[in-house]
Design a protein around this ligand. Structure first.
Ligand code: OOG
Ligand code: NI
Length: 450
């Protein structure tokens, strides 16, 4: 019987194929990968403790292939289709992000692997946003946008057939998996041919740059692909030195001894020529340009508990008046304090030392040197940072803020399923590691007393 390829393996192949495609479409992305690879090697060489920790946590292997992408869809049906496509690759929707409060007419989730093993195999994630067309205030334009979106098909028949086969048979054999990767990749390809005329494009752009980007083309072209750096300050300096038009500020928390959550920065979107349906000839002088696709780098730190996240949000709020460094001085910056105060999730491993009296708790075991705790990497996104990234890469349109409140329930009904709560997933990883490490460090007891 033919063997199925694992979802992890399909995701790895897809992630590599996406990276190769984006490198061709946006050559600057290749430069970014080169910079990040160089900075990561230098950081690991200069910090053997970090290198050892990443090794112990199984992160060294994934680092070189680690990246996230971002796409935007126009309708509930398109979102539900992507959910089915990503499910074939072991990617599930995690978290709900409301961008409307920041003036971006979308709400979002992140498709990613959710288990420790899946993340270690390939942590590829895709930030996926759904247009909230009800936020287009011009009702005639809204109706036109909805009509355009209703007529497009983002996935080919062949792609949908392979998705249905994977759903029915519980996976894909290798030849089907390769065909699926090629078909799925096509969904995210850039098409210089628009599906609207020049006047419609201009009206959509005036409503919001994001609306023009979502509605005017054949499908949800990948708009950036972000490698993970171990030192974003050094990588940003290197980007500047290479003459890349990088954003002024790094989004997220300031630089710290124990990095938390996510720090990100991007280079501005390229202006790419495209062809409206009523265009005469191809490209050339005076052809309209679309700005949507850009490059981004990120540094990932520790996942925070709800208590840690509340403190982070408070610090970010305070930073508006007091400045970053001062606001974040309220956030402890050594791992043991953060763990003791319950601000951070921890992964536990047995140190190899055992003791004749069993530890009463994980804390006790850590104090006695039986277990070692380390941070669990944050695998998700930050709404404030995402809004900053969106904003820095959009052309045209007013900087509205939308009063219309967001709704996770509406998003989930479009998606066709609930999103996972990220905190629950981190807690499960902590609990599993703790249970295993505690079992390992307990001395083998006499079977009678056991
Ligand atoms: C997504 C922006 C959000 C991030 O890294 O926070 C994002 C988009 O521009 O479509 O990718
Ligand atoms: Ni991003």
């Amino acid at each position: 019987m033919a063997v199925m390829l694992s979802p992890d393996a399909i995701r790895s192949r897809f992630s590599a194929a996406m990276s190769a495609m984006y490198r061709e479409e946006v050559p600057l992305y290749g430069d970014l990968i080169a910079i990040v690879t160089r900075v990561n090697a230098a950081t690991l060489a200069a910090d053997p403790a970090l290198a050892a920790r990443l090794d112990a946590d199984g992160e060294t292997g994934r680092l070189g292939q680690e990246r996230h992408g971002a796409v935007r869809v126009g309708t509930a049906h398109e979102l539900a289709t992507l959910a089915r496509v990503f499910a074939v690759m072991g990617m599930e929707p995690v978290g709900y992000y409301d961008l409307a409060a920041a003036g971006i007419p979308v709400h979002s989730t992140a498709f990613r692997p959710i288990t420790q093993a899946g993340l270690a195999a390939c942590p590829f994630r895709v930030f996926t946003s759904l247009l909230r067309s009800e936020l287009i205030t011009d009702t005639a334009l809204r109706a036109q946008a909805q009509q355009i979106l209703a007529g497009r098909h983002i996935a080919s028949e062949a792609c949908l057939a392979l998705v249905a086969k994977a759903e029915a048979e519980g996976g894909l054999v290798e030849a089907d998996a390769d065909a699926f990767v090629a078909q799925a990749l096509d969904i995210f390809r850039w098409h210089g041919d628009a599906i609207v005329d020049a006047a419609t494009y201009t009206r959509l752009l005036a409503a919001h740059g994001l609306i023009a980007d979502i509605v005017s083309f054949h499908g949800p072209h990948i708009n950036h692909l972000t490698p993970r750096t171990l030192d974003i300050d050094a990588a940003q300096d290197a980007m500047r030195a290479a003459g890349i038009a990088v954003k002024d500020v790094i989004e997220g928390p300031p630089a710290r001894a124990v990095p938390i959550l996510l720090r990100q920065t991007s280079f501005h979107a390229l202006a790419e020529t495209f062809r409206p349906v009523d265009a005469q000839g191809h490209g050339g002088h005076g052809a309209p340009k679309h700005t949507a696709r850009f490059g981004e780098i990120e540094q990932r730190g520790a996942a925070l508990t709800p208590k840690g996240r509340a403190l982070y949000d408070q610090c970010l709020e305070n930073a508006k008046t007091s400045g970053m460094a001062e606001a974040f001085s309220a956030f402890p910056d050594d791992f043991e304090t953060m763990r003791a105060q319950g601000l951070i999730y921890a992964r536990y491993v047995w140190t190899g030392v055992s003791s004749s009296d069993a530890p009463v708790s994980a804390d006790d075991a850590v104090k006695r040197g039986l277990l070692q705790a380390s941070p669990i990497t944050y695998e998700d996104f930050l709404p404030v940072s995402a809004a900053g990234i969106f904003r820095s890469n959009l052309a045209g349109g007013p900087a509205d803020t939308y009063k219309n409140s967001s709704s996770q329930a509406a998003f989930e009904s479009a998606l066709g399923r609930p999103v996972h709560d990220p905190f629950t997933l981190y807690q499960a990883i902590e609990d599993a590691s703790q249970e295993q490490a505690m079992a390992e460090c307990r001395p083998t007891l006499d079977p009678v007393t056991r």
